[in-house]
Design a protein around this ligand. Structure first.
Ligand code: ZN
Ligand code: ZN
Length: 370
């Protein structure tokens, strides 16, 4: 094994440096992951442009790799060992608090960088911490006893497994949080990796109507949406989306609206409220904006709409995502559209941010490629 580990380190806003770290000595209850793929998402675009702290960080929070070395206690606790390919969740929970005890470690304070400056979370924790290798934009990553791993089934390539994170979010938000199920009608706004993953989750769960919206620049992604289960796609710049949705649903509106847009302002939420059925629809939103001027709260309460927050994923969603990938039922490999080597982290993040055109869906960072 090499003595030095190459890693791409974020050193400031929009700035990356390749650095070498000594290969860590792992404790008996720890392990080392040889990183094969680190997926990049819209969160990376934001965190790269405006880092939450000035400390050096190896980014990369959607990680897949092979366990290269594992201590005895780690193997016993995890039931996994050297040679196993795993999907690593970015959360590193304490496994002692009220959230961890019920399996909801995504809410654990020990992994919440927003409220805890000493939190551990892959792609967020500074490389100044012991073991240094806390992100996937590196050849190796450190796995402590409380890392959360999902074994990747045989036959699933590393690049395909890299789609596990958006798909886990799709399952968590659409099915487990919002409650999409058999015969549901769903409007998914935004045909990026997240929206397309929601479409797959909804289709698999039995939704009878899936509408995906995008802009004129999203033409290729909207075509892909049809292959992944969308019944209708709407270009919101070319036609009146609300009119089309009413026409498609016979004037009734949809049961669920899932907002997977990025940088679209208040428009998707306003459209969502109008597109939902007369009573008891469910609106899933992300907190892109700090505030929402003139929020139509009266309309929302009169329609008895429930708002759900998109907030990561849990263990079950990840297991279901990995199994979905292995099933081969949907052409999910088509989501993995672009790959970059370790020296191209800056370009890779900018590609996700839209600087390489709109055919980018999911970007894979391959730390062993130049
Ligand atoms: Zn992500
Ligand atoms: Zn905890």
């Amino acid at each position: 094994m090499a003595e030095q580990v190459r890693a791409a380190v974020r050193t400031g806003p929009g700035r990356t440096e390749i650095r070498e770290f000594p290969m860590p000595d792992i404790p008996d209850d720890g392990a080392l992951l040889k990183v094969e793929v680190a997926g990049i998402c819209g969160t990376d675009v934001k965190m790269y442009a405006k880092p939450p702290s000035p400390d050096p960080v190896i980014m990369g929070h959607e990680n897949v790799g092979v366990i290269a070395r594992a201590g005895r206690a780690f193997r016993r606790r995890q039931g996994l060992g050297e040679g196993d390919r795993v999907f690593v969740e970015h959360y590193v929970g304490c496994f002692n608090c009220e959230w961890c005890r019920i399996g909801e470690y995504r809410h654990c304070e020990a992994t919440d960088w927003r409220t805890n400056p000493d939190a551990r979370r892959y792609g967020y924790t500074t490389s100044d911490n012991p073991y240094h290798l806390w992100g996937g934009f590196a050849q190796y990553m450190y796995l402590p006893w409380n890392s959360i791993l999902h074994k990747v089934p045989d036959g699933v390539t590393a690049e395909l497994a890299g789609v596990a994170t958006p798909l886990s979010n799709g399952i968590e938000w659409a099915l487990l949080a919002a409650g999409v199920g058999y015969d549901s009608s769903v409007l998914i706004q935004g045909p990026g990796q997240q929206g397309l993953s929601q479409a797959v989750a909804c289709k698999q769960a039995g939704a009878s109507l899936i509408i995906v919206t995008g802009t004129t620049r999203d033409a290729a992604r909207l075509e892909l949406a049809k292959k992944l289960g969308a019944d209708h796609v709407i270009d919101v710049q070319a036609e009146d989306a609300l009119d089309r949705i009413r026409e498609i649903t016979g004037g009734k509106g949809v049961d669920f609206v899932l907002d997977c847009t990025a940088g679209a302002g208040v428009a998707p939420v306003l459209l969502g409220i109008d597109a939902l059925k007369r009573r008891e629809g469910v609106l899933l939103i992300q907190g892109e904006m700090a505030a929402f001027p003139d929020f139509p709260v009266k309309k929302l309460t009169e329609k008895a709409i429930t708002i759900k927050s998109a907030r990561g994923h849990g263990f079950r969603a990840c297991e279901l995502a990995v199994r979905q990938l292995a099933s081969g039922r949907f052409p999910l490999a088509q989501l993995a559209t672009h790959r970059f080597g370790l020296d191209q982290v800056d370009r890779a993040i900018r590609a996700v941010g839209g600087e390489a055109g709109q055919d980018v869906v999911h970007v894979s960072l391959m730390p062993w490629e130049e």
